[in-house]
Write a protein that binds this ligand. Structure first.
Ligand code: NAD
Ligand code: DAU
Length: 359
């Protein structure tokens, strides 16, 4: 088969990246897909066992902070497109140790931008650097409203500040060196293969093992949730049809207070595990709040819906049920994670976290 495109997908062994890699490998057999990932604690090649032997799939273990390694990778493959997902992605970890976030999210992104700028002639019409970003760069909606593509940046955690910096660098390379780029800023993803440090898989795992469910503060914080496969479909559409130089907000129109989401998960888990309705609720424990905890995120995704015809295919409750089913059916995947360094992480993050309010 003639190779039509050679794409670099960074962070393809992580949660969202693995869904994007799978989608592209299967849907575009005439594209060469190179997954470059450092395999940090969050990277797991076990997420990709079903496609690892496909002839159009390649994996390279690369730290994007290592400039020389990045340049060598670009010389080896001569990419005409980059979809950049590799990042340190967990807000709580950025609060306890921001350094890695500066290195990977900012320096790593600049290394990729520089290599891509220098490797491919600007005249190649297919050339595109697609940067995957987050709604957290816009800050916190304390007084209502929605994040649009015009909302001013106001990052408030080391994680979101590092992502905002990387967005700025992408736009600066576009403006200064005419590097064709697109950026998308997405809301909270959920679904299979998410590392159980994040709210939904952590809650599922704790209910399963009858451990307390730690809800920060009063559980009043609001997030907008999108099923991960729907983010992957948005990335596909933006990569192929997005306007160079443009930004697209991606969201599910599924705003939920954390406490309401946890209640729903408790009900679904009781049903699936055959436990008496109400038994998981007893595990809910309100704990000390996250420092600088953003109150509300909500995405206005009308631009991608109108201009590119994208819409989510999975409803919130349907997605939650599919997610629970996946975690219950993939006990080995979960066990392999929680039996390792995860227990140390959990003790460090939650061991001394006192109660916040009485239930
Ligand atoms: P994740 O933490 O599950 O995966 C990150 C991946 O990047 C891992 O495979 C890890 O090994 C790899 N990586 C980390 N540092 C690296 C380095 N120095 N070099 C090479 N690889 C490295 O993250 P995720 O939740 O899948 O998020 C992916 C991207 O999407 C991130 O850029 C994140 O900011 C963005 N995003 C995430 C969400 C969400 O809800 N999870 C929402 C919007 C945007
Ligand atoms: O909005 C997009 C962002 O969503 C992405 O950019 C990040 O990479 C991704 O991690 C996610 O960030 P959040 O901080 O919103 O996700 P997290 O699952 O960590 O937390 C969701 C909400 O739940 C948040 O308000 C904090 C709260 N929480 C989280 C954990 C881990 C709890 O109440 N208890 C917990 O134990």
């Amino acid at each position: 088969m003639i190779t039509k495109r050679t794409l670099l997908i960074t962070g393809g062994a992580g949660f969202i990246g693995s869904h994007v890699v799978r989608r592209f490998v299967k849907k575009y057999p005439d594209y060469k897909i190179v997954n470059a990932d450092k395999l940090t604690y969050a990277g797991n090649l076990g997420n990709l066992t079903d496609i690892e032997h496909e002839p159009n799939y390649y994996f390279r273990r690369i730290d994007i902070v290592d400039k020389q390694a990045v340049n060598t990778l670009f010389s080896e493959f001569g990419f005409d497109g980059v979809i950049h997902l590799a990042a340190e992605s967990h807000v709580d970890r950025s609060i306890t140790s921001p350094d890695e976030f500066i290195q990977t999210n900012i320096i790593g992104t600049v290394n990729l931008l520089t290599a891509f700028r220098d490797a491919i002639p600007g005249s190649d019409a297919r050339k595109l650097f697609y940067h995957i970003s987050t709604d957290e760069v816009y800050g916190s909606l304390e007084h209502g409203g929605y994040f649009t593509e015009q909302t001013a940046y106001d990052p408030r955690s080391p994680y979101s500040a590092s992502k905002a910096s990387s967005d700025h660098m992408v736009r600066a390379f576009g403006n200064t060196y005419n590097l064709p780029f697109v950026i998308s800023n997405c809301s909270n993803n959920f679904g299979p293969n998410q590392f159980p440090e994040k709210l939904i898989p952590l809650t599922i795992n704790n209910i399963k093992t009858s451990k307390v469910i730690p809800v920060y503060g009063k559980g009043e914080n609001i997030r907008d949730w999108l099923y991960v496969e729907d983010h992957a479909s948005a990335i596909d559409i933006i990569f192929h049809n997005g306007q160079p130089g443009h930004t697209y907000n991606v969201g599910g129109d599924n705003e939920r207070k954390n406490i309401d989401l946890v209640h729903l998960l408790c009900c679904i888990m009781d049903e699936k595990l055959g436990r008496a309705l109400g038994s998981s609720e007893k595990l809910i424990t309100f704990v000390t709040d996250r420092a600088g905890h953003d109150l509300r995120y909500a995405i206005d995704s009308s631009k991608i819906r109108k201009e590119l015809g994208w819409k989510p295919s999975v409803s919130f409750e349907q997605g939650m049920r599919m997610t629970v089913d996946w975690y219950l059916a993939n006990e080995k995947w979960l066990e392999a994670i929680v039996s390792g360094a995860y227990s140390k992480y959990y003790e460090k993050m939650y061991g001394n976290r006192g109660p916040s309010v009485k239930k």
